[in-house]
Write a protein that binds this ligand. Structure first.
Ligand code: FPP
Length: 228
């Protein structure tokens, strides 16, 4: 697909795994399992399309309130994803960051995250951020506290550069699958001027063609950033 003005940084709220499974008389975790396979498909496709940075919402700081079995399964899937795809990601020049708080994550997962980040830290071609135990408000609070600790002036630019997504700047396009039309505490600061794209397609069905539709729609939008 030839698109002239591609978004540089895309955020995705991957919603609808539970409903996708329910429609097939399966449990919610099965939906997450199929959804996690789709993560690889869309990550590869987005980077091939020319997107520079991708931020995926995998687990919010509010998702701990879900049933323990569902939380455990999601953590396992994220662990499997990191183990399985990290080499491929590194080889393709991608810097992987797990954004959000490390609080309450298992020791094993924290160790794996550090290893993956270390392996890819020299890459600067593309950026993949997986938001895990993440909330936009919490991220802003952490960024401001970091500046205070470093005795730095609190400015809009300084906050942007202290966020978990510091290397990727603002987010141009936020896609939400699954039919809901809200941000759910995702990329609140860096998304101040994001274009929003909502689709009823459930995440496991959100394939390459659906991604292309979102990019095409973005390319037609007139971004004014508050100007006329
Ligand atoms: C929302 O669907 C989805 C999530 C809370 C988790 C997203 C996780 C994945 C796609 C898989 C694991 C991620 C990686 C990076 C390997 P929902 O359960 O709220 O769906 P529903 O709205 O239909 O109930």
């Amino acid at each position: 697909m030839e698109i002239s003005n591609l978004p540089k940084h895309v955020g995705i709220i991957m919603d609808g795994n539970g409903r996708w499974a329910k429609l097939r008389n399966k449990n919610r975790s099965y939906g997450h399992q199929v959804g996690s396979k789709n993560v690889d498909t869309i990550v590869s496709h987005a980077f091939k399309s020319g997107v520079k940075a991708l931020t995926l919402y995998a687990f919010s700081s509010e998702n701990w309130a879900r049933p323990v079995e569902e939380v455990d399964k999601l953590m396992k899937l994220i662990e499997q994803y990191l183990k399985k795809f990290i080499k491929k990601v590194v080889k393709n020049g991608v810097r992987l960051s797990i954004i959000g708080s490390r609080e309450n994550l298992s020791e094993n997962l924290v160790k794996l995250i550090s290893e993956c980040e270390e392996m890819s830290k020299a890459n600067t071609d593309r950026y993949l951020n997986i938001a895990l135990n993440y909330g936009g408000r919490g991220e802003i609070v952490r960024a401001v506290n970091k500046l205070i600790l470093e005795n730095k002036e609190i400015t809009e630019k300084a906050i942007l550069e202290s966020l978990d997504t510091a290397d990727c700047g603002e987010v141009d396009l936020i896609i939400r699958t699954g039919g809901e039309k809200r941000l759910s505490n995702f990329l609140l600061y860096q998304g101040a001027y994001s274009e929003l794209y909502f689709t009823d397609v459930l995440w496991p069905d959100f394939k390459k063609e659906e991604f292309d539709k979102a990019i095409e729609e973005f390319s037609k939008r007139n971004r004014r950033f508050g100007k006329v």
